[in-house]
Write a protein that binds this ligand. Structure first.
Ligand SMILES: C[S@@+](CC[C@H](N)C(=O)[O-])C[C@H]1O[C@@H](n2cnc3c(N)ncnc32)[C@H](O)[C@@H]1O
Length: 469
């Protein structure tokens, strides 16, 4: 099959990695983007691999019954919610199926007990944090480019996938509470009216760079205004926002005069209000609650309702006894450690980012929890035999690594420490399945449960309970 040739009548049967879809025709496999399972499509071949052909979607010949109209006006160009054109029950069915396939194929686990995927009650407005970028010239869609009267006006919105310098202007995003649209559109209009320049990423000039909006469930907001330089005009703009929106509890200004957009290493100055907002998670069965401090740079799970349910699963599955030592690996701001602490003799949390560990200590103090200790450093360097000797062998180990999964040295240390139970939380079930396979001589998988933290995206979280055999 030659590059450039058109293949018609391909039935889309599944979702693949990175938002791509898998199609079948006459026993051959095809990959493309922009279609949903059940569509029949034609594609133009771009790549011919041994096991599949990949191509650009040319047309949808027959529409899938699972297709729905996307709610968002920006759907076609934004790339943030690539599954918005698929009904929600089908989205979670595909996510669940994907997790089970990975557990079987990569993890080699047969006879897997799995609980049904925990879907999200809210499929919109579920995020508690969004970041937007200012640019002096907005991204123009191919249709707009062909129209000479459309101008490259300044924008505040999202990066077009894969482009650091193209920003799609956003009027209305459905992922965070609607207040965020009012806040963002206000900043945009007021900055323009005040004549404050927007950043030009190639020329590296312009004042306004990014804005981050965070909220807690009671409705308090934190604003992080990231600017190239602080001036009287930017202060007036920040003051206008604070005066106009009483729901702003905390307002930070961050000066970033580096070439890249990352501001984690730039100092933050408190412009107004409290240094943080607080989110409260309830433990199951009326076992009290935990308050978490959210500072300007704190890591916190971005879907609070689903994160609370995820922590409940960990709490219920870990089977912690009052005499147990528990390890919480990749603890972030100590959130899971503090959630389960009242069940255990003690909890030991380990995390790479020192500022997150500072937050973990603050969170422990805020909740008057005294049986947790936290350590900062790379897991493979911290979790040594000497560390385990000093802190005690864990009876229960909770692990929630980043997408890459756990380092082989970390897995070796766990196998040596032999906790009775492991609760493995993962945001990438393929690396989770790989890690589980490396532990299969000593641990059996008791059960798994996928959790949907990010409706309308291909991402899925999975919790696995492992027991020492
Ligand atoms: C998926 S998050 C989990 C955070 C936490 N359990 C929670 O629920 O908020 C993964 C965490 O692992 C940390 N991390 C990434 N690589 C690490 C490493 N090599 N050593 C220790 N921690 C690491 C990240 O900084 C992040 O906080």
């Amino acid at each position: 099959m030659k590059k450039g040739s058109i293949v018609e009548g391909i039935e889309i049967v599944d979702i693949g990695a990175k938002g791509k879809v898998i199609g079948k025709k006459e026993g051959q496999t095809f990959m493309t983007s922009g279609a949903v399972p059940g569509d029949v499509v034609s594609i133009q071949i771009k790549k011919s691999k041994k096991n599949y052909k990949e191509g650009r979607l040319k047309s949808i010949e027959q529409h899938s019954a699972e297709r729905i109209d996307p709610v968002c006006d920006h759907f076609e160009h934004c790339g943030g919610c690539s599954w918005q054109n698929l009904n929600y029950p089908k989205q979670i069915e595909l996510k669940e199926r994907g997790v089970l396939q990975q557990m079987r194929r990569i993890g080699g686990i047969e006879d897997l007990k799995h609980l049904p995927i925990l879907g999200s009650d809210e499929t919109f407005h579920y995020r508690n944090k969004m970041e937007f970028t200012f640019v002096s010239e907005r991204y123009l869609t191919p249709e707009e480019l062909s129209s000479p009267e459309i101008k490259k006006t300044p924008a505040l919105g999202f990066h077009v996938p894969g482009r650091f310098d193209w920003v799609l202007h956003v009027n209305n995003c459905h992922l965070q509470n609607d207040v965020h649209n009012t806040l963002r559109n206000f900043i945009y209009e007021e900055a323009l009216n005040a004549g404050i320049s927007f950043y030009h990423p190639r020329n590296q000039v312009g004042t306004m760079r990014n804005v981050v909006l965070r909220n807690n469930r009671p409705g308090q907001w934190m604003v992080l205004m990231i600017i190239k330089e602080r001036t009287d005009e930017t202060d007036v703009l920040c003051k206008k926002m604070v005066d106009r929106f009483p729901e702003i509890e905390s307002f930070w200004v961050i000066v970033n005069n580096k070439m890249n957009d990352s501001f984690s290493d730039c100092p933050a100055e408190l412009f107004y209000g409290e240094p943080h907002i607080i989110e409260r998670f309830n433990r199951p069965d009326d076992q009290g609650s935990v308050d978490y401090i959210i500072g300007p740079k704190s890591f916190f799970q971005t879907n609070s309702n689903q994160a609370e349910k995820l922590y409940e699963i960990v709490y219920n599955w870990a089977g912690i006894q009052p005499t147990d030592t528990v390890y919480d690996l990749y603890t972030g701001a100590g959130t899971i450690a503090l959630f389960v602490a009242k069940l255990a003799k003690k909890v030991v949390g380990v995390e790479y980012v020192p500022e997150a560990i500072e937050d973990a200590f603050k969170n422990a103090q805020l909740n008057a929890i005294e049986n947790c200790s936290f350590y900062a450093g790379d897991m493979k360097d911290v979790l040594t035999p000497a560390f385990i000797e000093e802190n005690g062998k864990p009876e229960v180990l909770i692990t929630d690594p980043p997408r890459a999964g756990m380092h082989n040295d970390v897995i070796d240390r766990i196998l040596e420490a032999k906790p009775k139970r492991i609760v493995y939380v993962s945001c990438d079930p393929s690396t989770q399945a790989r890690d589980i396979a490396l532990m299969k001589d000593k641990y059996k998988v008791v059960q798994i449960q996928p959790v949907d933290m990010f409706p309308h995206t291909s991402h899925v979280e999975n919790v696995a309970l492992l027991e020492l055999t």
